[in-house]
Design a protein around this ligand. Sequence first.
Ligand code: CAP
Ligand code: MG
Length: 412
Amino acid sequence: MPGIKYEDFLDLGYTPAESELVCTFHVEPAADMDMEDAASRVASESSNGTWAELQVEGSITDLSATTFSIEGNEVKVAYPDALFEDGSMPQVLSCIAGNIMGMKAVERIRLLDCDWPEPLTTSFPGPQFGSGVRNEIFDAGERPITATVPKPKVGLSTDQHAQIGYEAWVGGLDLLKDDENLTDQEFNPFADRLTQSLAMRDDAQDETGEKKSYLVNITADTNTMLERADMVAEQGCEYVMVDVITTGWGAVQSVRERCEELGLAIHAHRAMHAAFDRIPSHGVSMRVLAQIARICGVDQLHTGTADLGKLENEDTVGINEWLYSDLYGMNDVLPVASGGLHPGLVAELIDREGTNICIQAGGGVHGHPDGTRAGAAALRQSVDATVADIPLEAYAEDHPELKVALDKWGTE
Ligand code: CAP
Ligand code: MG
């Protein structure tokens, strides 16, 4: 076999095989490097190459990736299926988003998009329920499901937290959600919170006649997450919440496997995603992170608020469309809109994202001048009004909780 050099990874006449994973990168070459050189190094370093020309003795499996397209700064690379371990997202990412992110040959590099081939994709389970949760767990019909996260994020006692949950459920919301940095601290231990919240949940269900559930944050080391998932199922809850970026995809995969046995849905929070996706010319796009989350098998995923609300967003609508799109029969994912939302934004949010979503508001519920129950009622009223095609202001005329929320926050 001849030496393996960088040039061997570039073939602009190449057509990828159907079984190959195709990745699209934004590449800005280093000052002393031309585009073709930099693009060849992307394919090399992310598959089987290194910086030195190699003389390989005997025959080895050829696992080279191929850079087959360069258009401006957009580079497409095809990876052979045999490069990847089936069903291992950490291994896939060590290739396509690994050392290349720090190569001196590039000034900036961002993994923008992946075209996932069938053999690799179907070696993962995908979501167990996906957006089906809206009607398999709840009876939401055509409306979005709704959630709230108690604020302040941390510091509430277990009693206070569970009481807020009760108020929110009775006020009309479907889901109570833990905040990302609330797990198992002394002021509000996991086991007590789970038990007390579910007792409140049962009361709220009896009072309202509606199904209610709880997104309890099991995020921790993998073994602890699995133990917590067992507790959640034993106590009759339908969901676990996992912070998927901070735990890592290997841990998400382990949780997904256990949730299959337990019949639990997975709510994926994405704290730290912006470390990968906020700088538009570098890192890993939210689009790709969302693809990974679906393939690993989460059922609900935060994807932003289509530019409404308090946080920076990357193309929420495009990401949601990908999460709903056909992927070898794999279940879809329910997008979660969250971050600075309040009842006055709901009509515009549904206009931008549609109704197959979960709407989550923390401050926009508990910051209501008349408290959590009224805030929850206002959020639910805004959803019901919008789905019934009634303008929020008109609906507010005979829905005082919504009226107060609109007076406080307006509709922008
Ligand atoms: C929202 C939230 C969520 C963010 C996450 C918060 O609270 O609980 O964690 O929405 O961001 O802590 O900020 P508010 P994203 O409703 O009070 O803003 O959904 O973009 O992943
Ligand atoms: Mg939060």
